[in-house]
Write a protein that binds this ligand. Structure first.
Ligand code: ZN
Length: 156
């Protein structure tokens, strides 16, 4: 990723919204997400007075950052979908749909079954993305984007 020269940089403190390692803008995550998903050793260093963000960059090892801290993949108890391309990595953490599951469903022509099932669970109030998914928010966007990419690849 190319970055703007320093003269054009925003005047707000950069560390607050962009990853200090890769410069990608990160979405804010709740403290409860870090409390649920950091390893015990990493959690023991958490400054609960700070605001944390999630770095979604595929090439960056940082998962969470705050003005003074960074937590990397090794500090998180689960593989991070955005950063870990293995088939066993979940796309949907709450209901355990892995990348391999999405690929298999696409091959079998029943890809829509997975997002439909997740929707049903969401409507029934069963989703726990805040404490299950490292991004701290609903997986459905990731699931739909992955399925769309698989569909496109299968038509190519
Ligand atoms: Zn990063």
């Amino acid at each position: 990723m190319t970055t703007a020269p320093d003269c054009c940089a925003p005047t707000t403190p950069v560390a607050a919204t962009t990853c200090s390692t890769c410069g990608t803008t990160g979405r804010a995550v709740k403290l409860v997400t870090l409390k649920a998903l950091l390893t015990p050793a990493a959690l023991a260093t958490l400054d609960s007075s700070e605001a944390y963000r999630f770095c979604p960059d595929i090439a960056c090892d940082v998962v969470y950052f705050s003005p003074s801290r960074t937590y990397r993949q090794a500090d998180v108890k689960v593989p991070v979908f955005q950063k870990d391309g293995r088939g066993s990595t979940p796309a949907c953490y709450c209901f355990g749909h892995t990348r391999t599951d999405l690929e298999q469903a696409t091959r079998e022509g029943r890809a829509e079954v997975i997002p439909q099932s997740i929707q049903t669970h969401i409507q029934a109030g069963r989703c726990g993305c805040e404490v299950n998914n490292p991004q701290g928010s609903c997986c459905l966007g990731n699931v739909n984007r992955t399925l769309a990419a698989l569909r496109e690849a299968s038509h190519a």
